[in-house]
Design a protein around this ligand. Structure first.
Ligand SMILES: [Zn+2]
Length: 65
């Protein structure tokens, strides 16, 4: 199972094990830290591929508030 800091090799929805956060991670992108547990190692479980179309609200670009 991939951990944060590793490069994603398969586009899809991933869920992290410590908090259950589900995010879309495109291919070639580094798996992020857990949103709640920075600097801790977490594993990302592959949930599904493109069968599930994400809502626009789930794709939150990182912008300053
Ligand atoms: Zn967490």
């Amino acid at each position: 199972m991939p951990r944060n800091g590793e490069i994603n090799k398969e586009f899809g929805v991933y869920k992290n094990l410590c908090c259950g956060s589900e995010i879309i991670i495109p291919e070639g992108v580094t798996f992020p830290d857990c949103p709640r547990h920075f600097n801790l190692t977490t594993e990302w479980k592959f949930i599904t591929d493109t069968e599930r179309i994400p809502h626009a609200g789930e794709l939150k670009p990182k912008r300053p508030a």
